[in-house]
Write a protein that binds this ligand. Structure first.
Ligand code: DC
Length: 225
């Protein structure tokens, strides 16, 4: 059996990436890396420091020497910036929008590329994001691209936010998600799109175990090659 696979999982918000990536990582005993959290941290810092999404130099400075720690806990991951717990703060709708805006800046993407490659280089990793299979690890061993209908993605995102105690409403969530997806997939630098060799899974009418089983079968097939 081969060791050290890099598994890339990309797709728009609400497609089921986070729960399936976490579950797949658990089943394989791999590390789970949420690269969106990295962009969210820059989004949070930009909001808090009053840095505009159109100010590449100041945004780039926010990417330097991030004292970030990801602590797996109860099936989830706590995120600390220095001694500060930012797990909930980075999920606020305002931060989601800012994360999407700052992620369109090429300088921010360049600064964060090295960290992501470092995190994944040793393999045995399930890495979730928007450009893992196309830009971060174009030679990843297995690539998945998850998608679902906008209605289902909006409902999932809304349920997720409610679980996290973020107050919002369904229509607003769907609207914000559509704006973010539009921006993420039309930006010039590393836009969201499936890699040519990605396995595309439409999760609209699939349960989480069904998605994870489909992924596991593809991973096992790669290991046998
Ligand atoms: O996956 P997420 O919703 O937490 O990501 C937040 C934003 O970060 C998303 O709108 C686009 C950006 N992002 C990105 O550009 N590239 C990645 N690999 C991950 C996230």
């Amino acid at each position: 059996m081969n060791a050290g696979l890099i598994i890339a999982i990309d797709g728009p918000s609400g497609a089921g990436k986070s729960s399936s990536s976490r579950s797949l990582a658990q089943r394989l005993d791999y590390r789970y890396v949420d690269t969106g959290a990295l962009y969210r941290v820059i989004g949070l810092l930009a909001v808090e420091h009053g840095v505009s999404a159109d100010d590449p130099e100041r945004l780039a400075a926010l990417c330097d020497d991030l004292p970030l720690r990801f602590l797996p806990e109860n099936g989830g991951v706590r995120i600390l910036l220095g001694a500060r717990e930012i797990t909930a703060a980075i999920r606020q709708p305002e931060v989601s929008q800012m994360a999407s805006k700052v992620s369109a800046q090429p300088i921010v993407r360049r600064r964060l590329l090295g960290v992501q490659r470092e995190w994944g280089a040793a393999g045995n990793v399930v890495m979730e994001g928007r450009d893992i299979g196309t830009a971060v690890f174009p030679a990843a061993d297995v690539k998945f691209y998850l998608d679902a209908s906008p209605e289902v993605r909006g409902q999932r995102r809304y349920a997720e936010l409610q679980d996290q105690g973020v107050s919002t409403d369904l229509q607003k969530t769907i609207q914000e998600m559509a704006e973010r997806d539009q921006r993420d997939s039309t930006r010039t630098h590393a836009p969201l799109h499936p890699a040519a060799d990605a396995i595309v899974i439409d999760t609209t009418s699939l349960s989480l175990p069904e998605v994870v089983d489909t992924m596991l079968r593809a991973v096992q097939a790669t290991r046998k090659c």
